[in-house]
Design a binder for this molecule. Structure first.
Ligand code: SF4
Length: 193
């Protein structure tokens, strides 16, 4: 038996106006305290009989913007999960990332910390749509982030798109689909706004 672990990191650089997630704009965040709290909760919950003898088959760091965290913090959480529960050898460990919050060093650090799948919120490659959605990143930052992820050793890459944005035409959506496909992700998630 195995189970999946979802880890929520609730901070973002700014709050997108369409977002209903538990996420909060912040200039700084209590990263060390929150990491310790997550590990304590993991240790506590792992003692429940329902988890006894079970290993972890997937971990998903969602948010919020988990890529705001330092790779060392993410690594500490993965190490704790491995120590407390055990992680299956072929486990998928995903981190959601905002293209405007990463550079090559951070992605290399996340890969070294044990993350093996990265999921970027691309949303659109149209500057006006990104502005309407309140996104902090540009289309070029998404293109650069996807290339850096491949260089950092991520074989599994997801890119999120949002469609049905007010004013968006079918041609706009086709442009977004062609743009995202050109970056050769192995997975694309498209969400109706
Ligand atoms: S970056 Fe994501 S989680 Fe943060 S406010 Fe925007 S949509 Fe919500």
């Amino acid at each position: 038996m195995s189970f999946s672990l979802y880890v929520h990191i609730p901070w973002c650089q700014s709050k997108c106006p369409y977002c209903d997630f538990n996420s909060h704009a912040a200039a700084s965040w209590p990263e060390a305290d929150y990491t310790r709290a997550l590990i304590s909760e993991l240790e506590y919950r792992a003692r429940a009989p329902s988890y006894s003898g079970q290993r972890i088959r997937t971990i998903f760091f969602g948010g919020g913007t988990p890529s705001l965290f330092d790779p060392k913090s993410i690594g500490q959480i993965i190490e704790a999960a491995s120590r407390v529960c055990g992680i299956e050898d072929d486990a998928e460990i995903t981190l959601e990332a905002n293209p405007g919050t990463v550079d090559l060093a951070k992605l290399v650090g996340m890969r070294a910390a044990g993350v093996n799948r990265i999921s970027f919120g691309a949303q659109s490659f149209n500057a006006a749509t990104l502005k309407f959605l309140g996104r902090i990143h540009s289309a070029d930052e998404t293109r650069a982030a996807a290339k850096m992820a491949h260089r950092a050793g991520f074989e599994r890459l997801n890119l999120d798109l949002i469609f049905a944005v007010p004013g968006q035409t079918v041609a706009d959506v086709m442009f977004d689909i062609e743009s995202v496909a050109a970056l050769e992700p192995d997975h694309i998630s498209a969400y109706n706004l």
